[in-house]
Design a protein. Structure first.
Length: 215
């Protein structure tokens, strides 16, 4: 399934998301023996490869004393026990930036890829594109859907958090705000579709146009 956003994209909108929110069922791995040295994060007890950790996800790291307490981008998975990480970058093409150095760190890697899958499916339906077309690269400007995907994922995640809290009003308000942003953002997208694999748009589906089907 094509996804239009990654976990790191969510972090840019909600900097505390991976620190304060985390679905236990979507936790890939955690530990208390993390080491940060330059752009390398290691854990002797790590299971990064077998845990299906991948680039674009986020690792939350804490020393328990507030000196190191942050979320960092996973740039690459180098082995079962080693990651390359960075302070959040503007784009994947930017140079990696080293987080603070530390050892004996608590860490947690959770993901919202499942919600990103659902957001992608919803967007494809909205624009009248099949999953097969999306997989074969018919969409030329997938980047245009990233923000809409982020808003949809954040709305879903925060709604889920609200339902599990005695006083979830703050989560509900944020969820509704992101839902509104999602609905507004997708109407501003004009999706460019390539039907004959020549990298030239043959169709342009505007999110602001209402498409009607005869049934």
């Amino acid at each position: 399934m094509v996804r239009f956003s990654k976990d790191i994209d969510l972090l840019k909108w909600e900097p505390v998301l991976f620190r304060e929110v985390g679905y236990a069922a979507q936790q890939l791995c955690k530990g208390a023996d993390g080491v940060l040295a330059d752009t390398v994060f290691t854990s002797a007890s790590g299971s990064f490869v077998s845990g299906a950790v991948k680039a674009g996800q986020v690792v939350y790291v804490s020393d328990g004393m507030g000196v190191i307490d942050g979320c960092y981008e996973i740039v690459s998975v180098d082995s079962e026990t080693e990651l390359t990480v960075s302070v959040v970058r503007v784009s994947d093409e930017d140079e990696v930036v080293a987080p603070p150095t530390g050892s004996e760190l608590n860490y947690r890697i959770s993901t919202y890829d499942a919600q990103a899958d659902e957001a992608a499916y919803s967007l494809l339906q909205y624009f009248g594109v099949s999953e097969e077309e999306a997989e074969t690269g018919v969409i030329l400007n997938k980047r245009a859907l990233r923000q809409s995907s982020v808003f949809a994922v954040l709305s879903a995640v925060l709604a889920g958090c609200a339902s599990g809290q005695d006083d979830g009003r703050g989560f509900w308000e944020k969820s509704l705000r992101y839902q509104k942003l999602y609905e507004q953002s997708r109407t501003k997208v004009c999706l460019e579709l390539d039907d004959d694999s020549d990298a030239i748009a043959d169709r342009k589906n505007s999110g602001g146009s209402i498409r009607m089907k005869r049934v």
